[in-house]
Design a protein around this ligand. Structure first.
Ligand code: ADP
Length: 242
């Protein structure tokens, strides 16, 4: 296995293509994607709506299977794994922040975060209350999702992912509902997860956010069209605005 940054990669995709056949037409969501990510990398996946970003995250997180190609994540070959292997993989290897949050309407903010940590085999050594405080929701712990704004619900989803200690963190538009100050705080938390050794992939259509990445992967029409450090050098969060 080829190393990346002197480390064994935790994500390796080779020639991954995802096609959807709908009636007589075919949609290509991913095309010939080759991607290797090492532990500790903070990667921003950038591109316009419909370019394949969510499909890429779902493929890495074993929520979708490619039409062609191989996907090796945290030592597990996703394309050949049994259902029970995939179940263990989802619990122990990947933490997800979904674009549509996917928090439970019948659970409070605190219970949603606790549940995420309980389902995962690995906990992060912090309590659900502490993680809610990190995302600025300490006062909202006992509130149900319908009592929270979209941005607050998004932060519950982020807190749930931060409460687990899986080696890969996948976040789909995690600042989509957030104002600049709150979004910056969340990005800081995600960067600190990478500094602790996790592979962190953040999907966004916002080029400004890509400026703080170690590495920017740009997608267009399901293809990776560029992969490298931000073109103008890595910026500090304080330099961003949106
Ligand atoms: P992005 O996250 O960049 O907005 P997606 O990965 O959601 O893009 O989608 C990539 C392409 O695949 C889009 O053209 C989308 O319409 C299509 N697509 C995604 N999921 C499905 C599906 N289940 N059936 C058909 N087409 C899909």
């Amino acid at each position: 296995m080829a190393e990346r940054n002197g480390k064994t990669p935790v994500i390796e995709l080779h020639n991954v293509t995802k096609r959807y056949d709908i009636g007589t037409s075919t949609v290509i969501a991913l095309l010939d994607v080759d991607l290797t990510v090492a532990p500790g990398e903070f990667v921003v996946v950038l591109g316009p709506s419909g370019c394949g970003k969510t499909t890429l995250l779902n493929t890495i997180g074993a929520l979708d299977t490619p039409t062609e190609g191989s996907v090796m994540v945290a030592g597990q070959d996703i394309t050949t794994a049994s259902r029970s292997e995939l179940f263990a993989f989802r619990r122990n290897s990947v933490s997800f922040v979904f674009q549509s949050f996917n928090i439970f309407p019948g659970l409070t903010a605190l219970e949603n975060v606790q549940f995420g940590a309980d389902v995962s085999g690995k906990k992060n050594g912090v309590t659900a209350q502490q993680v809610l405080e990190q995302v600025g929701l300490g006062e909202r712990a006992q509130h149900f999702p319908h009592e929270l704004s979209g941005g607050e619900q998004q932060r519950v989803a982020i807190a749930r992912a931060l409460a687990t200690d899986n080696p890969i963190l996948l976040a789909d538009e995690p600042t989509g509902e957030l104002d600049f100050a709150t979004g910056s705080r969340i990005l800081e938390l995600l960067i600190s997860q990478a500094e602790q050794g996790k592979a962190v992939l953040v999907v966004t259509h916002n080029r400004e956010i890509s400026r703080i990445a170690d590495r920017v992967i740009e997608l267009s029409g399901g293809r990776i069209i560029s992969d490298g450090p931000p073109p103008d050098g890595k910026a500090d969060i304080a330099e961003l605005s949106w």
